[in-house]
Design a binder for this molecule. Structure first.
Ligand SMILES: Cc1cc2nc3c(=O)[nH]c(=O)nc-3n(C[C@H](O)[C@H](O)[C@H](O)COP(=O)(O)OP(=O)(O)OC[C@H]3O[C@@H](n4cnc5c(N)ncnc54)[C@H](O)[C@@H]3O)c2cc1C
Length: 458
């Protein structure tokens, strides 16, 4: 360690950390980035050794991702529109409930359909968000985090029950393969879900089918952070797991697990809260912020990447993609090679309870269970699937989950303050953004935190 090695230490080399570091450097500050992994990109991670280079993390960007689109141009990484490919090969998801294949045209009148009235026509994967959109109690969507809306900060479960939905309907139509929540509809706030739906609507932008923009960075999304890292002028130190941040009157010291110590005038932390709660902060942040660091949820997803040895879906005459209330969750087909007629791989998305259950087994055994489940549902797949990769985002020591989940009461209580500067320490990252989601949220947070630090050090 030397006395204030740099002006600013940035913790984490994901999108938000890298963009912050580059902005601060452009404004004349000396910056050092400390990254725990042996790679940059964080929750952007492309499997370059699997056909089609499937994504393990962030998949696609859309039309409202202005900052991400601009970053691609700025750092020289081409964004490819894959919407025409999706439109030409839509791979609709077959429906399996209780082990039974149910053709979608039979679903509205099927005895296993637990939905009521107009909602019976919806597949389970669309039910929760459609009920929320059609029966929305709350319209000030851009201000979802405002404490004035505290009365809507209740669980998605309570909201759906209030709309007359049965627990059976909620279990199948929301909690199965749920996009937002950690275990159940009880642990996610309706306010967050309303905002997510609003963000997705902005991204659809009223475009008709085929007009939507679905962007992926050429060669894999991790090429964006890789290109950003190359532009850094200061140090980017990989394999430096931050274990403590100590603030003094004249600077901040960051301690890493390899024993290295780094000093600066200020620190920007992009570490996701489920990981940050295991970092020793001295002094502790104020109580509300500390509580948020301790309790903010993150959605568990465990992915299985399967390469088909033969197109088994041609044997059973169904789509390669399917949705099930069983262990295999939601299975999507990727057509990412040169010839979009070829399915390059299948991604099995196991969420929430499924993910947590599978995470209790060694990876190879969990993969065997998932493949066995697929073969049980679709006998044509027997012997046709090779497991190429498995990744648990909740067990990932540098992520702790896929994206932030605000619990009931947490939005109005903490969303506006949890990213406030704490002395010389400022916070960025997807979880701290309020007007965007996903990769765009990472860039939004980098913009805010860069201004905070520039003001602080001016
Ligand atoms: C499965 C999945 C699918 C997704 N799909 C989409 C999508 O389709 N579209 C979209 O826009 N977004 C998507 N996202 C979200 C998007 O990837 C993230 O919002 C974004 O990449 C987050 O960037 P970040 O900088 O906030 O965090 P991160 O990328 O997590 O960066 C934080 C960095 O901190 C590092 N770190 C953590 N702990 C320590 C420590 N103790 N010491 C040092 N370094 C540490 C991490 O290794 C990481 O590099 C998805 C994410 C996942 C996981």
């Amino acid at each position: 360690m030397t006395d204030t090695d740099v002006d600013v230490l940035v913790l984490g080399a994901g999108l938000s950390g890298l963009e912050t570091a580059l902005t601060l450097e452009d404004n004349g500050l000396r910056v050092r980035v400390l990254e725990g992994r042996q790679r940059v990109g964080g929750r952007l991670y492309t499997l370059t050794d699997i056909p089609g280079h499937p994504e393990v993390g962030g998949n696609t960007v859309s039309s409202a991702y202005g900052r991400v689109i601009a970053a691609g141009k700025r750092y020289g990484v081409d964004l490819e529109d894959v919407a025409p490919r999706y439109a030409a090969f839509p791979d609709p998801q077959e429906l399996y409930v209780g082990g039974e294949h149910i053709p979608l045209d039979r679903w509205p009148s099927h005895p296993k359909n637990p939905f009521e009235g107009e909602f019976r026509a919806l597949p389970p994967s669309a039910w929760g968000r459609t009920v929320l959109r059609r029966r929305r109690e709350f319209t000030d969507l851009a201000a979802w985090h405002d404490a004035a809306h505290a009365r809507y900060d209740r669980s998605v479960h309570d909201f759906l029950r209030g709309q007359g939905a049965s627990d059976r309907a909620i279990a199948l139509g929301y909690e199965t393969n749920m996009p937002y929540g950690t275990e159940s509809a009880h642990d996610v706030s309706t306010l967050q879900l309303a905002f997510v739906d609003h963000w997705q609507s902005i991204n659809r932008g009223g475009a008709g089918a085929g007009e939507r923009f679905v962007g992926v960075f050429r060669g894999g999304n991790q090429n964006l952070p890789i290109a950003m890292a190359k532009r850094l002028r200061g140090d980017l130190l990989l394999g430096r797991r931050v274990i403590a941040v100590q603030q003094g009157t004249d600077g901040v010291t960051v301690v890493c697990s390899d024993g290295s110590r780094h000093r600066a005038r200020a620190v920007v932390c992009s570490i996701p809260f489920p990981v940050l709660r295991h970092v020793a902060l001295d002094p502790l942040p104020p109580p509300a912020q500390w509580r948020a660091i301790q309790t903010l949820g993150a959605k568990p997803i465990t992915q299985f990447h399967l390469v088909p040895r033969r197109p088994f879906w041609e044997s059973d005459g169904l789509s390669p993609a399917f949705w099930t209330d069983g262990l295999a969750g939601s299975v999507l087909a990727n057509r990412d090679g040169r010839d979009p007629r070829r399915v390059t791989s299948l991604t099995v998305w196991c969420s929430a309870r499924n993910a947590r259950f599978l995470d209790r087994f060694p990876r190879a055994e969990a993969a065997r269970m998932v493949v066995a489940e697929i073969e049980r549902l679709r006998p044509a797949a027997r012997g046709a699937l090779e497991v190429a990769a498995v990744h648990s985002w909740e067990q990932d020591p540098f992520a702790g989950g896929t994206w932030a989940i605000f619990r009931p009461g947490e939005v109005a209580g903490t969303a506006a303050t949890m990213a406030s500067p704490h002395g010389r320490m400022s916070f960025c990252g997807e979880h701290t953004a309020i007007a965007a989601r996903g990769m765009e949220a990472a860039f939004e947070s980098a913009e805010r935190v860069s201004l905070e630090v520039l003001q602080q050090l001016a």
